[in-house]
Design a protein around this ligand. Structure first.
Ligand SMILES: *[C@@H]1O[C@H](CO)[C@@H](O)[C@H](O)[C@H]1NC(C)=O
Ligand SMILES: *[C@@H]1O[C@H](CO)[C@@H](O)[C@H](O)[C@H]1NC(C)=O
Length: 635
């Protein structure tokens, strides 16, 4: 803006001698108008900022905490719950169940307290939900990034303000500890939100692509179009994070989402998705954009074989993952599979065991070992095997198992390091694998079996276990345990360490520890997997690294990536659009010589063959003769 213009604007004010000196000469009135200009600019800027802030400010909403989030909550204790009995326990069904309707019974695995009996969706209801999401997406797909960011910011504000209630809800439903919830559920979700707010728009914005010299009158862009309704079928180990993280990516890229949660965490997921819907409503959007499906495996095909589901993210076991991938072929639905892992921690010779022991303990025992990227195997040089086993065993023996949601008789909550497992269903299998390993020569240093809590007798606890001298050929070294169990395998040469690390069907994450960073990197490059942390554990996901990295694996750990730019874009369809740069000046036209019906076959062949030579021949002589041919043909 020209200052002359502003000066003229303010001149009347100045000439009123309101602001100028009484004997105001020309110079002083100019000074005053400059000051006024500055004030006005600042004023406009502040008004604009205020308007902008108002559009970006998080929207507050209320979402009452469930009573079971309180450690003082009490209810019936389910004795000896098992998958068959707890999910559809007829004794715990509502007083007047609908005929033919299936129910899911929810309980706290660390105390076996009954939480709720919730209806399971039928295939018909799942279809209805997909339809609702589809209708809501029609207007959401054209929402602006400002609106989407405002939604994410509002949800983030709610999550941070209510982090304790949210953590308690996950503890209640899965038996985990508050610290495990804070690290694995809240921190990870907040960092995902922060990443989407900071980088999501840039990743999804239309991208300009290069055009070739011959086509320099064209300009091309790739648009990342929303797919429609996408589905996420997610595991129970992190009910908050596993539901919200795919939801954020789906909504931010303009899709609606159907989330199918595990039967084990229906109670908590229902509450979290309720909050998300409330947030959408408060921001002025259709809450139907997000649909939660809770059902038994028989009905899940209504999601995976639906013609209206345009992408499936699956986090879970290999067996179910294979079924999902097969079902998705019905409509050629793209699938992203995040399956199991058997993540190795490769400890190179001379690693400082004391320095990293704390990280390794968390790598094994975080979330009672129920992590897809938890450390399942330590691969250590034989000279350090005994020291490592001693260190791990000494610390594992001191771990306190229990529930953070259950005060003892005096109302005092004892410190708890490790929570319960999701259920007792896999205890017998774990014990069998451990016993077999011991028979084959592994040394059981501590733990090895289910564990009965002093007063939480019905809780699903498995004792912290360390097995030394494990061999790669043992069944336990090849099976994903997903349990608080550390296996130690030894090697003599680095090649052997790599062979062991790569020697399973899985290839999700890995870590390499050692004093020589270059050697660590060399080993990392040779591991068959999707992610590696050097001298760290799971840093590629867990920590505040702002989630800029793709997450996923190779081999039986699945394919596709979520997280990072790769994950966000996988929920969109790239669409390439080419337009003329100067449509009034230059557009593509078919040369007369190629026009249908073709005048002469020889001539048109010479023309196009000459053109290829001119453009792409790498010798000047060939280029020149092609040019001659081209010109001759054009005549
Ligand atoms: C056009 O194609 C040629 C040959 O492949 C290549 O060398 C050149 O870089 C391209 N031009 C542009 C603008 O990409
Ligand atoms: C991992 O090690 C196995 C066995 O030594 C080998 O076959 C494979 O090629 C290795 N992977 C990479 C990426 O080097």
């Amino acid at each position: 803006m020209s200052t002359g213009f502003l000066h003229a604007l303010f001149h009347p004010l100045v000439s009123l001698e309101l602001f100028s000196r009484p004997n105001g000469d020309a110079t002083s009135s100019v000074d005053v108008s400059y000051i006024l200009t500055a004030f006005m600019a600042i004023g406009i800027y502040l008004v604009f900022k205020r308007y902008q802030n108002a559009r970006n400010r998080p929207v507050l909403f209320e979402w009452p905490a469930p009573s079971a989030a309180d450690p003082g909550f009490s209810s019936v204790t389910i004795t000896n719950p098992s998958l068959e009995s707890h999910l559809s326990n007829p004794n715990l069904a509502p007083s007047m169940p609908f005929a033919g309707r299936k129910y899911i019974t929810c309980y706290d695995p660390s105390t076996s307290l009954f939480l709720a009996t919730l209806p399971a969706d039928s295939a018909f209801e799942i279809g209805e939900k997909i339809g609702l999401a589809g209708r809501a997406q029609l207007s959401w797909r054209s929402s602006t990034f400002t609106e989407r960011k405002r939604f994410v910011r509002s949800l983030m504000r709610w999550l941070v303000d209510n982090r304790e209630v949210c953590a308690r809800v996950t503890c209640r439903d899965t038996g985990k500890t508050l610290v495990d919830a804070a690290l694995g559920e809240i921190l990870t979700t907040c960092s995902k939100m922060e990443w989407i707010l900071a980088h999501g728009e840039q990743v999804l914005r239309p991208e300009k692509r290069h055009s070739n010299l011959t086509l320099s009158y064209k300009t091309s862009k790739v648009y990342h179009e929303p797919l429609g309704v996408v589905a996420a079928i997610v595991s129970w180990n992190y009910p908050l994070h596993n539901a919200i993280s795919p939801l954020l990516a789906a909504l931010f890229s303009g899709n609606a989402i159907v989330i199918k949660c595990s039967e084990n965490v229906v109670w908590s997921t229902t509450w979290f998705i309720g909050a998300v819907k409330e947030c959408l409503r408060a921001c002025g959007h259709d809450p139907n954009l997000v649909q939660l499906v809770a059902c038994y495996p028989e009905e899940a095909e209504a999601v995976t074989t639906s013609a209206f589901i345009k992408h499936i993210t699956f986090i879970g076991s290999e067996t179910v993952g294979r079924k999902v991938a097969q079902a998705a072929t019905v409509h050629l639905t793209p699938v992203n599979l995040e399956l199991g892992g058997k993540d190795p921690a490769v400890l190179l010779p001379g690693v400082n065991i004391n320095q990293y022991a704390s990280m390794w303990m968390r790598g094994v025992f975080q979330n009672a070992g129920q992590n897809c990227i938890g450390i399942e195997r330590f691969i250590v040089h034989s000279s350090q095997h005994d020291e490592l086993v001693r260190t791990l065993t000494e610390r594992t023996k001191r771990l306190r198992f229990g529930s953070v949601m259950s005060p003892s008789a005096e109302g005092y909550i004892a410190p708890v390091d490790c929570g319960a497992m999701i259920s007792r269903d896999r205890f017998s299998e774990l014990e069998r694998l451990i016993n077999n390993a011991v028979e084959e020569g592994a040394s059981l240093e501590t733990g090895g079996s289910r564990w009965k809590h002093v007063y939480l007798e019905e809780g699903a606890y498995f004792s912290g276990t360390v097995l030394g001298n494990v061999e790669n050929g043992m069944e336990i070294a090849q099976t994903e345990l997903f349990a608080p169990v550390a296996l130690v395998l030894k090697y003599d040469t680095i090649q052997e360490a790599i062979d062991i690390a790569n020697g399973t069907r899985f290839g999700l994450g890995a870590s390499v520890f050692g004093p020589d960073q270059n050697l660590c990197l060399k080993v990392a490059r040779r591991l068959d997997c999707g992610m590696v942390a050097v001298n760290d554990f799971a840093i590629f996901y867990v920590c505040c690294l702002s989630q800029d990295l793709p997450f996923g694996g190779t081999k039986a750990s699945g394919y596709g990536r979520f997280g990072g730019p790769e994950g966000l874009r996988s929920l969109t369809a790239p669409k390439a659009i080419v337009v003329d740069k100067w449509p009034w000046l230059m557009q593509t036209s078919i040369p007369a010589i190629l026009d249908y019906p073709v005048r002469s076959l020889n001539q048109s062949w010479d023309f196009i063959s000459g053109l290829i030579g001119v453009l792409y021949a790498d010798r000047w002589s060939e280029k020149f003769s092609s040019l001659k041919r081209l010109i001759r043909a054009s005549w």
